[in-house]
Design a binder for this molecule. Structure first.
Ligand SMILES: C[S@@+](CC[C@H](N)C(=O)[O-])C[C@H]1O[C@@H](n2cnc3c(N)ncnc32)[C@H](O)[C@@H]1O
Length: 302
């Protein structure tokens, strides 16, 4: 965007954040990739461009910008409006479990409520620390890498079908210096994992019904379709995970899987499955937990 007489009236950090939020509102942008409103999104982008942290003392919101800083900030805000790309893609980074992850359009923008479970070391759902862990449908690797940081003795496999996602994932493994015990594997669900057994399988797979995916806003359509859409009722991938997981879990192993807003579809397909639904303090829902033993028993009766 060119710095017009109009925008030259904006002098402070606060002015730029307010202006950005107003423009985002006027242009009908959609949020949900790290922030849930226009002001937070504008704040995040403005501070990023100025190389300032989100913990900036409020006093500095009144600081004046240099003309070149203002131009750079305006350009980034305009890019958000013109491209409708989530902010994380524009700046190439997002926080998950207090860790920084590289992201681009080859992966979903990390936002799973499973983060909260990782931070609580999956308490009260697991007893002993898991030693072999699988993050199935790993995308950027955020879930598996954050889990590896939490469980220092664990070996963690990160599996995804998509080569581009795995390149992002490998970059994040290197970023967190975890290559000795975290491995990225290209696999159509469990296909390349035959013979392996895990104490914990954690997954945020695609689960959006096709018609719902069609109706998503541009911001969500910027994410890979392969990361979101999963057949008519969104259960295509979940069905395969439920059926195949027992062969890859240890005797006392546990499956933790997100189904997000597809609760109705899940209930319709699996009305009697004995899963537990953790509650989340920071919001979000739609994550189930089931032991291998309960899953095997359920599969035998259906
Ligand atoms: C919802 S994204 C989750 C990414 C990451 N776990 C997160 O929480 O941000 C789902 C991921 O599953 C991958 N995927 C889709 N179908 C798959 C399959 N059949 N086997 C393995 N991975 C698959 C996609 O490439 C995508 O990276």
């Amino acid at each position: 965007m060119t710095d017009t007489r109009d925008t030259q009236a904006l002098t402070t950090v606060r002015d730029l954040v307010r202006w950005g939020a107003s423009e985002f509102g006027r242009r009908g942008l959609v949020f949900g990739h790290g922030t849930d409103n226009a002001l937070d999104e504008a704040f995040h982008l403005v501070l990023h461009k100025l190389h300032l942290g989100a913990d900036l003392p409020t006093l500095y919101l009144e600081s004046a910008l240099t003309p070149s800083e203002r131009e750079a900030v305006l350009a980034l805000l305009q890019q958000r409006i013109d491209t409708r790309k989530p902010a994380a893609y524009l700046i190439g980074e997002i926080q998950f479990c207090g860790l920084s992850f590289y992201v681009d359009e080859r992966v979903l923008v990390p936002r799973s409520p499973i983060a909260e479970m990782i931070e609580q070391r999956f308490s009260p759902w697991i007893g002993e620390d898991p030693l072999q862990i699988l993050d199935l449908c790993t995308g950027s690797g955020c879930i598996g890498i954050a889990t590896a940081v939490e469980f220092e003795d664990a070996e963690v496999d990160l599996a995804d079908i998509d080569g581009g996602a795995l390149e992002v994932c490998r970059r994040n493994i290197a970023r967190h210096d975890l290559a000795t015990r975290v491995t990225a594997i290209q696999s159509d669900l469990f296909d390349a994992l035959v013979g392996r057994r895990y104490d914990l399988i954690v997954s945020n797979p695609p689960y959006v019904p096709t018609a719902e995916w069609e109706a998503l806003s541009t911001e969500y359509k910027r994410e890979p379709k392969l990361a979101l859409e999963a057949g008519e009722d969104g259960m295509d991938i979940i069905e395969r995970i439920l059926c195949e997981a027992p062969d890859y879990l240890t005797e006392d192993g546990l499956l933790i899987c997100e189904i997000g807003g597809s609760l109705e579809e899940f209930d319709a397909r699996y009305p009697t499955i004995p899963v537990a639904w953790p509650e989340f303090v920071r919001g979000g829902d739609g994550v189930f937990v089931i032991s291998r033993a309960d899953l095997v028993a359920y599969l035998e009766t259906r």
